[in-house]
Design a protein around this ligand. Sequence first.
Ligand SMILES: [Zn+2]
Length: 248
Amino acid sequence: RSTIVGSIKGDSKPKGTRAARDESGKYIRVPASTSYAEWYRRYVSTTSEQYYKKVTLSSEKEEVLRPTGIVNFRQVTTQPNVHVAEGITLKPKQLHELQQRLHDAALAIGIDDLAVLPPVYVAAETQLGTNAPALYNWRQDKVYITLSLLDDEKLADLQRDGVLPENCLSTMVHELIHWKDAAGYRKRHPDMAGYADWINQQSKKKIVELAKKGYNIKVSRYAIKSFLSEQFDETYVEIRTLQLLQKG
Ligand SMILES: [Zn+2]
């Protein structure tokens, strides 16, 4: 009195993307691991402005050193991983967009637990000290972003020297790969001593291996520029950003 049933052992979370429809019935693709609740939250309920919760900031300030000097940040009370610089207004919809992008970028690099991600600091362009819309600081273990990262038109222009400039995730994925590299090293060397040289040499090795296999390592203008200035970690991050986002 028995029957045979199929069994899926281990991690049964599907990878890649699958077809779905948004609230207007338009055909879209979502990560294959998206649950019904998540799909509803993202593509159906979010079309109502009321959905976005008010952004409230902690009264406590955190002083953070930036190239422009000390900048005061306040934590978003409902999203403790997000911090906002004094003088910057993060609208409810922008906060929602940021969380969604962080989540999608994390999934792209194989992370489905947002709690392990580094905190995000929203700051002005000048406070980042670069014209990129985001950067990861491995010494501070913080991701800095500007509001341009949440503005698709501005973003495509700012990402033009990188891989897949039209993909709104490419910069975020790039920065999270930097974070993942640093996190691996941090486990073995909590003080991060020697990291810059180590990651540059490791990346150089990987690039040489890929080139030997015939892989075109000139994936973007930024990748070429970095290679020529021997910032091999940047070139290798660009290569992986392209590989990970093309998989999806
Ligand atoms: Zn980089």
